[in-house]
Design a binder for this molecule. Structure first.
Ligand code: BGC
Length: 819
């Protein structure tokens, strides 16, 4: 039966290959350089240097090639544009704007002399806890692939090589260095590889990065199937394959089946070990040549040997990246709930509070970016021109690092100067006389890999804050210390909280009863050893009376909650629950005021069940970039209608998620293997199968307008090509954008295929009363599944259902086609 079916199959899926960058001329030039390279030079070329460089070979005029993270902005020593995170870029469902985002990243890279930008990150979202979801493009392989391609096209259009990462199945941060993602072949090809494949075959991505995790028990930096069979042989990738930082674990297997370059340096691809393997005949010089050719061809094809990478863009010239960042935030923020049309707010007294009200939250790790200009939500509301909103804020309701907010912190017992005395040391043990002293009023620093003060080392420094806390009111104050690395707090010379050691970002909290008018001696200490340096000393004075009075006195309250670079980051998984105290705060505020709007910063779903029924409106802001506050204020006030749609499903409770039983290693033996036992039924594919309704489905997002869909025509063209057309009309009261989504369901193979899968989308902006006709073309890959017998994508003849929806659950038009 199988053979008959296979012989009946229509065309095997084809793929379109863009004009290749690596032309015969490029190959010839690389070959001629290689002729002059000594074996030692070739071997040394297989590992990076100085953290972020491919090494130079001055004798052959081969320059150093500089790389930089990261996906949402150039992570450099100098500040650069902090664009919204990858998840927001995906939530825009706007190919042109993603392309512009890529151009912006490319421009920022060029002005800093960066040759290779380490993005996009395209791993699939399986569960909300993955600490890197914010960098990725969501749960759907088609959407992720489309976003990845436009991103890469944009970056590479500016003469910068993009790097698609992390190849592959890096879908959790928990135990990321030693966990094996165990994924069956079909699931791998249908869910976890398509975005990479598209990046290679459609966007001609220059470089690919391996992942930390193992795939089916083999490290991805040395994976015969993943690298040799799939990436090189099937997909025809001719560019540079590099390791993630520290993700190489062997020499010989890596040379035979793995990366071309070990980053950041030669830990396993050590010259002496490679030489010995060559002498023993386990590897050949041709194998080394193949790798060197991949590197040389890539850098030649970008012109890195012929021009300066660093360019200057005069002010007012080039792309206005701040504007791009703003346009993205406007287009990607998702309105999830808007009961009784509370939004947009007009003529109201609006109170703004919560941990993230006065900051612009961002995700952490290599995806974090520092900008010299950010607009918080509170600032964005205050900046609004011509608005009739009355904005008030109450910042001390969440944890706060602005000491002037309470005005109860002083530099010494005389209580004459506000703030705390900061003493910086050029050693990590607060030894000797401070090397720099000043008074600080905001105790929140994210130095990344940089020195805290000019002239200081980037690592191995320390800092203490000293002074006096003298409250005007009696009550409970909770202190929170946070840091990467160690921190500790003494009050009246007694240790109150600590996490004093080398570690990634952690937080500790401790409450203290205080009496009005008394003085409490404060000493907060911090040190950085290596890597990222980041610290916070925050406090929260629980003033229930003041909260009640202010919230009751407002027409609406905006509660800004969610994560930040310390709580959602690479290197660890986050909680599904909002950070401590935030759900309680929402409930408390909702008990005093009926018009609560919750604005969430996160890379994915959070647990909304404890409060969702008590609030009127919810906005998913993700990490909206340096102009995020401007865009949010425009959406709250109605200047802009929201048009983002969720790139992932939001579950009511974690146990509803299709990966609930397969996200962590649930085996009794700690063998560090995560079985992706849900198979292809991840995200909405899984919810539709289990028929458990999510709280908010994939593709969902509200607008301030309404849209009507009509005139659906399905046309079968030659082969398995299909064209669909339909009309969208803006029948609401104002101009707005809508995202029309096209899903395909294989009616014959319902048993083993998802009920429907996203295969096309279009975002249209329509004036009030305006209509537009939309055409989407589908090729045979839109109907295909991966057949493990023939090891290819195939289309099984039969009937396919076509759905046009405003979300995956809000289907407006349906049609059929037989192939
Ligand atoms: C991350 C990569 C990043 C690299 C260099 C690693 O920890 O996984 O995504 O590009 O560091 O910063």
């Amino acid at each position: 039966m199988k053979t008959i079916l296979l012989s009946l199959l229509l065309l095997f899926c084809s793929f379109s290959v863009k004009a290749q960058r690596i032309t015969p001329d490029v190959q010839k030039r690389a070959d001629s350089i290689m002729k002059y390279m000594t074996l030692d030079e070739k071997i040394s070329y297989l590992a990076g240097t100085k953290d972020f460089y491919l090494r130079a070979i001055p004798r052959l005029h081969l320059p150093e090639i500089r790389m930089s993270d990261g996906p949402q902005g150039v992570r450099d020593k100098l500040p650069s544009t902090m664009f919204p995170c990858g998840m927001l870029a995906s939530a825009m469902w706007d190919r042109d704007l993603v392309y512009e985002f890529g151009q912006g990243l490319g421009q920022d890279s060029r002005t800093r002399g960066i040759h290779i930008l380490l993005g996009p990150a395209v791993n699939i979202y399986r569960a909300p806890m993955d600490g890197r979801n914010f960098e990725y493009f969501g749960e759907d392989p088609y959407l992720s692939g489309e976003v990845a391609c436009q991103y890469i096209n944009g970056v590479q259009s500016r003469g910068v090589a993009a790097c698609v990462k992390h190849f592959a199945a890096n879908n959790q941060e928990w135990d990321r260095y030693s966990v094996s993602s165990d994924v069956d072949e079909r699931t791998l090809h249908e869910i976890y590889l398509p975005a990479f494949k598209k990046a290679v075959q459609e966007a001609d991505v220059a470089t690919v990065m391996s992942s930390y995790n193992l795939l089916n028990d083999v490290y991805t930096s040395e994976h015969p199937y993943l690298v040799t069979e799939v990436l090189r042989n099937r997909w025809g990738f001719k560019g540079l394959f590099m390791s993630d930082w520290g993700a190489v674990h062997s020499c010989v297997p890596t040379i035979i089946n793995g990366v071309d370059v070990e980053m950041p340096g030669p830990d396993n691809l050590k010259p002496e070990v490679i030489m010995q393997a060559l002498k023993n005949g386990i590897i050949s010089e041709e194998m080394i040549d193949v790798k060197v050719a991949h590197i040389l061809r890539t850098i030649i094809s970008f012109g890195f040997l012929d021009r300066e990478q660093k360019i200057s863009v005069a002010p007012g010239q080039g792309l206005n990246t701040n504007e791009t960042s703003l346009k993205m935030a406007r287009a990607g923020v998702v309105l999830l709930k808007n009961e009784v049309d509370l939004l947009p707010l007009a003529g109201k007294r609006v109170l703004v509070l919560g941990d993230n009200a006065a900051v612009i939250a961002k995700g952490g790790g290599s995806g974090a970016v520092s900008s010299d200009h950010v607009v918080s939500l509170l600032q964005g509301l205050k900046n609004l021109k011509g608005s009739n909103l009355k904005i008030q804020s109450m910042l001390g309701v969440g944890f706060i690092t602005d000491l002037l907010y309470s005005n109860d912190f002083y530099t010494d017992e005389s209580l004459s100067q506000h703030g705390l005395k900061a003493s910086y040391y050029k050693n990590k043990s607060l030894n000797g006389k401070p090397d720099y002293e000043c008074v600080e009023t905001v105790t929140d620093h994210d130095w990344g890999d940089n020195a805290p003060i000019p002239g200081f080392p980037e690592n191995n420094f320390s800092l203490s804050y000293t002074g006096v806390y003298s409250p005007k009111k009696s009550g409970t104050i909770t202190f929170r210390g946070s840091g990467d690395d160690g921190y500790r707090l003494y009050v009246n010379n007694k240790l109150l909280l600590e996490d004093w050691g080398n570690h990634t970002f952690t937080s500790r909290e401790k409450a203290l009863e205080v009496e009005a008018g008394k003085s409490y001696k404060i000493r907060f200490e911090y040190f950085d050893s290596t890597g990222t340096a980041c610290m916070r000393f925050a406090y929260f004075f629980d003033d229930e009376e003041a909260l009640k009075a202010s919230t009751r006195n407002a027409d609406a309250v905006v509660v800004c909650v969610g994560f930040n670079s310390g709580t959602e980051s690479e290197g660890f998984d986050r909680t599904f629950d909002l950070p401590s105290g935030q759900a309680e705060l929402i409930n408390k505020v909702a008990s005093y005021n009926q018009n609560v709007i919750v604005v969430i910063n996160s890379g994915g779903a959070v647990n909304m069940l404890p409060w969702i029924d008590k609030v009127k409106a919810v906005i998913m802001a993700f990490y909206p970039g340096q102009e995020g506050g401007t865009a949010l204020a425009e959406i709250l006030s109605g200047k802009v209608s929201p048009s983002g749609k969720l790139p992932f499903s939001i579950e009511k409770q974690w146990s509803d998620n299709p990966t609930f039983n397969s996200y962590y290693d649930n085996r009794v033996t700690a063998d560090k293997r995560v079985q992706y036992s849900e198979g292809v039924f991840v995200g909405y594919r899984g919810y539709e199968r289990s028929q458990v309704a999510p709280l908010y489905p994939f593709g969902f997002g509200l607008s301030y307008s309404n849209f009507q869909y009509s005139d659906f025509v399905v046309k079968k063209l030659q082969g398995n090509n299909v064209e669909v057309t339909f009309k969208i009309s803006n029948i609401g009261k104002r101009a707005a954008a809508e995202v029309a989504q096209l899903y395909v369901g294989d009616m014959k193979n319902k048993a083993f295929r998802p009920a429907k899968e996203l295969k096309g989308y279009e975002k249209v902006f329509l004036k009030k009363g305006e209509s537009k006709e939309i055409t989407i073309k589908l090729k045979d890959d839109a109907f295909a599944y991966y057949d493990i017998n023939s090891k290819q994508f195939i289309v099984s003849p039969g009937e396919f259902q076509l759905y046009i929806g405003s979300s995956s659950q809000d289907i407006r038009l349906e049609g059929k086609v037989s192939l």
